[in-house]
Design a protein around this ligand. Structure first.
Ligand SMILES: [Zn+2]
Length: 163
């Protein structure tokens, strides 16, 4: 057995994992499979508005890898929207982060914040953070928790689509 590739870090595991065009019976519907790590790249770049460099750091991958994931994810979503396909989100190669470590650029303090991996964490919260020690606002994310994982292709269970 080849060793599975190291998981990409994701901070967000979606609750809603199936999107379906209205008014089309499932049997006539094609679906596009978006993996959890692909969704994370989309989220970091297009929802959080990060640069590719930052997104790559957050996911623990090279910038070129991040770009490749992002391009694939955008293409899948675009195809679903233009061709009227359902989107299933599952699978991928990822590790869910469970804590976030921050560093104050002013005094050098490092501290950890538990992450709620089962819900959307508010970016507002992160953007408004100040150092608990010196109250400076120049905070940098420096680490990832490393618990939870996924390493399956999208559509791994086969079976029928949800109605
Ligand atoms: Zn500080």
């Amino acid at each position: 057995m080849p060793r599975p590739p190291l998981g990409r870090f994701v901070e967000y595991v979606p609750r809603v994992t199936y999107f379906k065009p209205a008014g089309i019976p499932m049997r006539d519907l094609d679906e596009v499979c978006l993996t959890v790590d692909e969704l994370e790249a989309l989220r970091l770049k297009d929802v959080e508005g990060l640069e590719q460099e930052e997104g790559a750091v957050r996911m623990g991958v090279a910038r070129t890898t991040f770009r490749r994931i992002l391009v694939t994810a955008r293409a899948k979503v675009a195809r679903a929207l233009t061709e009227g396909k359902a989107i299933r989100i599952e699978g991928g190669n990822y590790q869910v982060t469970t804590s976030k470590r921050f560093k104050c650029e002013n005094c050098g303090l490092i501290w950890e914040v538990p992450s709620r991996t089962d819900q959307v964490r508010t970016d507002q919260e992160e953007a408004n953070m100040t150092c608990p020690e010196c109250k400076a606002g120049r905070i940098r994310r420096v680490d990832h928790g490393r618990h939870g994982f996924g390493n399956r292709p999208c559509g791994w269970h086969g079976g029928s689509s949800p109605a």
